[in-house]
Design a protein around this ligand. Structure first.
Ligand code: ZN
Ligand code: ZN
Length: 238
């Protein structure tokens, strides 16, 4: 009932106030993805043949894991699922979601992510968002990874658990650090709760994968707490 009312309200709002594209601010009536016009939706750069291990576009190497790029990069993840390259429209959506409190941007990204999770066929018991520090969470008012996890949960029916993983300490933002600093910065920064993850296949949710160092630190914490598998699912791969 509540949901039906919500949908009705949304329908009325669409008539009174036609939706604008989150990327170009043009008319978004014709888009296949919620919140995007057809043009901007089509222009998102999709990863068509992902390497199952690092999530990068791997072309003919996609069937052979690890691909040449990730062969030299040891990871604590059991796999990576990421539907989009972090370019243009995808970047605009992520920045809107992260910094402008425009949580509607979570819908198209979350739907694409849910599709990618389904087509990758990875086993998953629970969606766990990469946590922000309490300070950053307060400043931003929301955690973009959790907003995405909500949308993926809604589209797939998978459970979401935002309390399974927490920051044990604050870290410096990864942007602006050297490669070596990026690798060191998040080490030991996370704690996972054994009663939430033991024996479970965790789908770790984030917005963008850059170096993968943050996700690796999360995966180590989850594994220490007994998680059986950790696959990173992120909207975009840089
Ligand atoms: Zn547009
Ligand atoms: Zn790879």
């Amino acid at each position: 009932m509540k949901r039906a009312l919500h949908e009705l309200g949304r329908g009325l709002l669409d008539v009174l106030w036609p939706p604008r594209c989150l990327v170009c601010e043009g008319d978004a009536w014709d888009g296949a993805l919620p919140g995007l016009c057809g043009r901007c939706g089509d222009r998102l750069v999709r990863i068509v043949h992902p390497c199952p291990r690092c999530g990068r576009e791997a072309g003919a190497f996609a069937a052979v894991a690890p691909c040449p790029r990730c062969r030299d990069e040891p990871t604590d993840l059991d796999g990576v699922v990421a539907p989009l390259r972090y370019l243009d429209g995808a970047r605009a959506l992520v920045l809107a979601l992260k910094f402008h409190g425009r949580t509607p941007a979570a819908r198209p990204l979350g739907l694409l992510l849910a599709d990618a999770v389904a087509s990758a066929g990875v086993p998953g018991d629970v969606l766990v968002p990469v946590p922000l520090s309490a300070r950053r969470r307060r400043a931003r008012g929301h955690n973009q990874a959790d907003e995405l996890a909500r949308e993926v949960a809604r589209a797939t029916g998978l459970a979401r658990d935002e309390h399974a993983l927490a920051r044990a300490r604050d870290t410096r933002p990864q942007s602006g650090l050297s490669r070596a600093q990026r690798a060191r910065n998040p080490r030991g920064a996370f704690r996972a709760r054994r009663d939430h993850v033991e024996g479970r296949c965790v789908l770790l949710v984030d917005d963008v994968i850059t170096s993968g160092a943050t996700a690796s630190a999360c995966a180590r914490a989850l594994r220490r707490a007994g998680a059986a598998r950790v696959v990173l699912v992120a909207a975009c791969r840089a």
